[in-house]
Ligand binder design. Sequence first.
Ligand code: SAM
Length: 287
Amino acid sequence: MTARAIGELLVAAESTLREAGLAEPRDEALYLLGLLLDRRRGQLLLQRAESVDRDVAERFHAWVRRRANREPAQHIAGEQEFHGLSFRVTPDVLIPRNETEMLVDELLAVTPRDGVVVDLGTGSGCIVVAAAVKRHDLRLQALECSSAALDVARSNARRHGVLDRVEFVEGDFSAPPEAWFGTAHTVVSNPPYVREAEWAALEPEVRDHDPRGALVAGEHGLEAYRVLIPQARLLLRPGGRLLLELGKGQAAEVRALAAAVGFASLQVKPDLNGIPRLLTAVLRSAP
Ligand SMILES: C[S@@+](CC[C@H](N)C(=O)[O-])C[C@H]1O[C@@H](n2cnc3c(N)ncnc32)[C@H](O)[C@@H]1O
């Protein structure tokens, strides 16, 4: 491949990505080339006649082929923005989703000064790291069963200068460290909640590239909630808050699971698409 003009590269990439079935091939081509050249979309559009080196053209071509094979752009870039911060992502962690920012907003709003927050299933660490960056008074504890994911979470905490304020522990929802019992002002979780039967029909970017264990939770998508809600009760102080991300159509069942173990003031909040997405609950104080 010889030196090529930016405009020429974009036209070829757009056509490859359209043929691969991507919904927004032009935006995707601009995003990938912008990332490679460290330029904004607007700059690229103004600089269409400029030539780039053969090396750059070849790398761009390779990235476009990967994207055409439905590898997520976040894996090609190696990062994803979440709550205004850039997070490292690898195939070992779920790519943070926009709707999960609601959990962070809620935890920042309800956790008292100098409060303790526990995150169950921390993945890339996006929730605890964003919370630690925004609130310097908080103490954060994060549980995760995948050691590979924990490595990514720790690297994200280091990247944002909060590694000394988050305790990362490898373990299962069913057995959080006993030292955490009764300490938390807020327990937060975005657990796996996809039904087994839904897996095959997910977009290839998700099905073939996100870790299955981060998404699937048994026949009804409720297995993780069944295990972690009773544990959250043990982790919280009386009056503490439970904040859970919800899968589509699961609000009533998850609400019932929380009510059954003593949570009160249950509220469900919708995301920007109107889907019930966040359950908030308060652990009743002892009578
Ligand atoms: C939906 S992902 C959420 C990751 C991250 N908190 C986020 O919001 O992007 C769920 C996470 O829970 C972890 N996980 C799944 N089952 C678990 C279990 N039984 N015990 C501990 N962690 C678990 C997965 O490895 C995954 O990292």
